[in-house]
Design a protein around this ligand. Structure first.
Ligand SMILES: *Cc1c(COP(=O)(O)O)cnc(C)c1O
Length: 368
């Protein structure tokens, strides 16, 4: 850090689903380095992405991510743009050699990816939890996956509905592709079980504008669908180590700081423990409350996104309003589902959840 940054601010507890809370330590460091990054005399925003200084930033970020996730050498790490939504198209464009893929539809993001894939080939919905408003993860032990499917696609943590795959689907030998936007780096993962893991970083890792793609090398080929733009080929970015064109340079720098913060916290096993402790405080309260109820089947509950309702739209609105006034912000559920949702990503401190539960208890007493 170049200079101490000791200003104090009136920070709220931000339960936004994304862009979301980041570690205060990271924000302070970035603030201290804003005008002069490590003696370069400029901000990271102002420097060439081809400079030596920046090269170290992006290389360190990749090395720290590899270290955290234990990413094997035969996987590439790509820092791309276009958000998670652009991957909905990039995946079929690059991976649909047989023009066929299996999709497990467990929420809106999975559905959007499924619909996008239909533009490029035969996307087959092999399982869905739409029958119960996506409040559970379907049994994926023996799905009717077409023999010639190029991959099986999941959204591993469903940000809007608050469900999470606790066991990965049986892909019957097919390549697994997973959108992990809202559970990225929240717990250890076995990268070798996946062909592609990707996520927009604005949920749990950094500022909007970066999407990280971790992809097994054999899936990176010239053999993309006809008409695939250069910028949408994984090979373009893999060959250039994510520097084919100007990358989202400042965003990657912040992600790198978050990786270092996670390592300091003890890595992904430690952060998982921290996340479980946090989520338990909220879920235990929801299970005992006479007013608030969780909306997700217990065994499928996400550690990151916790939707809940009072059963009355009026009370929901009153709660959100009073919570906001008390400094607990962005608790309104997604516009398509209503109710409330507390997103409690890595950077949300335990005391944020404890205080929220105290507030909910008090609200229940006054409105029960
Ligand atoms: C937010 C989100 C997306 C969309 O991300 P963008 O970066 O806005 O395209 C996709 N998938 C999941 C699981 C998300 O939470």
């Amino acid at each position: 850090m170049s200079k101490e940054y000791n200003e104090t601010y009136n920070r709220v507890y931000n339960f936004s689903a994304g862009p979301a809370v980041l570690p205060e330590e990271v924000l302070k460091e970035a603030a201290a380095e804003m005008l002069d990054y490590e003696g370069s005399g400029m901000s990271v925003m102002e420097m060439s992405h081809r400079s030596k200084v920046y090269d170290k930033i992006i290389k360190d970020a990749e090395a720290d991510l590899r270290d955290l996730m234990n990413i094997p050498d035969n996987y590439k790490v790509l820092f791309l743009q276009g958000g998670a939504s652009q991957q909905f198209a990039m995946i079929p464009m690059n991976l649909m050699k047989n023009r066929k893929a299996a999709y497990i539809v467990t929420g809106q993001w999975a559905k959007k990816a499924f619909q996008e894939a239909k533009i490029y080939g035969e996307a087959v919905e092999v399982a869905s939890s739409a029958d119960k408003t996506f409040s559970y993860i379907p049994d994926c032990a023996d799905l009717p996956i077409p023999e010639d499917a190029d991959y099986v696609y999941i959204c591993e943590n469903n940000t809007i509905y608050g469900t999470k795959f606790k066991t990965l689907p049986n892909t019957k030998g097919h390549t697994l592709v997973a959108d992990v936007s809202s559970c990225f780096l929240s717990e250890p993962v076995d990268v070798t079980k996946y062909g592609v893991i990707y996520g927009g970083v604005q949920k749990n890792v950094g500022p909007a504008g970066v999407v990280i793609v971790i992809i097994r090398e054999d899936l990176i080929t010239e053999d993309t669908l006809p008409g695939t733009p250069t910028m949408l080929k994984y090979k373009t970015h893999a060959d250039a180590d994510s520097l084919y064109n100007t990358p989202p340079a400042y965003g990657i720098y912040i992600c790198g700081k978050v990786f270092k913060w996670l390592k300091k916290m003890g890595g992904l096993s430690a952060i998982k423990e921290h996340n479980e402790k946090k989520a338990k405080i909220l879920y235990d309260f929801l299970d005992e409350s006479a007013l608030f109820k969780g909306t997700v089947r217990k065994e499928d509950r996400s550690l990151m996104n916790v939707p809940f309702v009072t059963g009355s739209e009026e009370l929901d609105a009153k709660f959100v309003k009073e919570a906001t006034a008390a400094g607990f912000v962005n608790l309104k559920g997604h516009r398509t589902v209503g109710g409330m949702r507390a997103s409690i990503y890595n950077a949300m401190p335990i005391e944020g959840v404890e205080k929220l539960v105290d507030f909910m208890r008090e609200f229940e007493k006054n409105n029960g």
